[in-house]
Design a binder for this molecule. Structure first.
Ligand SMILES: *[C@@H]1O[C@H](CO)[C@@H](O)[C@H](O)[C@H]1NC(C)=O
Ligand SMILES: *[C@@H]1O[C@H](CO)[C@@H](O)[C@H](O)[C@H]1NC(C)=O
Length: 363
């Protein structure tokens, strides 16, 4: 019983940290081997008695309503999954297709993990019965599209490393409970996200679309967003409009793009921004608006083409202004020599170790 409780504890701990969940299943694997067996059990009185254990698909591990069938070389979803299952883990198998009736009876399912299979097709009605599904993990498959008719109850969708070329508005229509979306490493072209594709996601707080070929920040982002990660794309500029209304945005990741300008007014549109990652781009100046921004703490600008830094770029004018939330400013690997930056530039930064200037090394 103790180990079952521990497993449950880990499951809930992992829900609290949706981005670092790998590993908890491994733990469950080691936990009470054979507890899913149906075979004879030795009872206290030492007489072998045939116990009709709860149903569990062959070779899977079943703990209460958690069904764990990972790493079994499965080519299809097992048939005899108990109807009251809440978590079904099928990751690291060889499943190629999800058929219409694969999940027909799993009306209580909360989490479905299909990461790292070879899925090319999910039947348009396969997910319809899962009216309580909150977490759908489909990363590392060969899907060409977001599944049709995803349950409206969904809170977390992970579908990175597939073959999706476009995120369409229709795919996310009415998904009012969605909180986390991990969509990166798909072969998206320049306009790979339809305008307003995410506008129905009224509660979404985290979107990540990294390592694709999109050339602009998706349009019509929901105002609930607190983290937007768009690193490793081909974005060429940041317009003020693209972040309009994102009053809750705290972290913006735009590292490793091709950004040459950040429009004046952009930072004013995201008044609660704390972290701005613009390193490894083609910027020639520090983005405007930093001195007036109240909450910005981290500004990464290293590895750009910034040749001059003005004394008003980071701090408000004058010496008596209390600003000083800065905890990280990076400017190294820019064509400005650090000795040319006047020390008063950082007059509002209390912790000088927060500033990384370094040297520009010509290669
Ligand atoms: C981006 O475009 C380049 C050039 O067309 C291509 O080689 C690359 O595979 C594309 N990357 C993605 C993630 O689609
Ligand atoms: C940005 O816009 C503000 C307000 O319109 C203006 O006062 C300021 O000079 C502008 N800054 C730059 C660098 O253009």
């Amino acid at each position: 019983m103790r180990s079952v409780c521990l497993s449950l504890l880990l499951v809930s701990a992992c829900w609290a940290l949706p981005f670092r969940q790998s590993g908890f299943m491994d733990f469950m694997m080691e936990d009470e081997p054979g507890s899913g067996d149906h075979g004879p059990k030795i009872q206290d009185n030492d007489f072998p008695v045939l116990v009709a254990g709860p149903k569990c698909p062959f070779r899977c591990q079943c703990h209460l309503r958690v069904i764990q069938c990972s790493d079994l070389g499965l080519k299809a979803v097992p048939e005899d999954i108990p109807h009251d299952t809440t978590l079904l883990d099928l990751q690291n198998n060889k499943i190629t297709e999800i058929k219409e009736n694969d999940f027909k009876n799993l009306k209580g399912l909360h989490a479905l993990i299909l990461v790292n299979n070879k899925i090319t097709v999910i039947h348009a009605k396969a997910l319809t019965p899962l009216t309580k599904l909150q977490r759908l993990y489909l990363s590392k498959n060969m899907l060409k599209d977001v599944p049709a008719n995803m349950p409206k109850s969904l809170q977390e969708l992970r579908i990175h490393e597939n073959q999706i070329t476009k995120f369409k508005k229709a795919s996310f229509q009415g998904m009012a409970h969605m909180i986390v979306m991990e969509l990166g490493s798909n072969p998206l072209k320049s306009a790979g996200v339809e305008p307003s594709a995410f506008s129905d996601l009224k509660r979404v707080s985290y979107i990540r679309i990294a390592d694709t070929n999109i050339t602009e920040i998706p349009k019509g982002l929901p105002s609930s967003l607190s983290e937007l990660h768009l690193d490793g794309n081909k974005i060429t500029k940041v317009t003020a409009d693209s972040l309009k209304g994102l009053k809750q945005l705290a972290k913006l990741g735009l590292s490793y793009n091709e950004i040459s300008s950040v429009e004046n007014g952009t930072l004013a549109n995201v008044p609660h921004l704390r972290e701005l990652h613009l390193d490894n781009n083609g910027l020639t100046s520090v983005p405007a608006g930093l001195p007036d921004h109240k909450y910005i703490q981290v500004v990464y600008l290293h590895s750009n083409k910034i040749a001059t830094i003005g004394t008003e770029d980071f701090c408000p004018p004058g010496f008596n202004t209390k600003k000083a939330m800065y905890s990280g400013i990076s400017l190294f690997s820019n064509p400005v020599s650090y000795w040319e930056i006047q020390p008063v530039t950082f007059r509002c930064v209390f912790d000088r170790s927060a500033i990384q200037l370094g040297n520009y090394r010509k290669k």
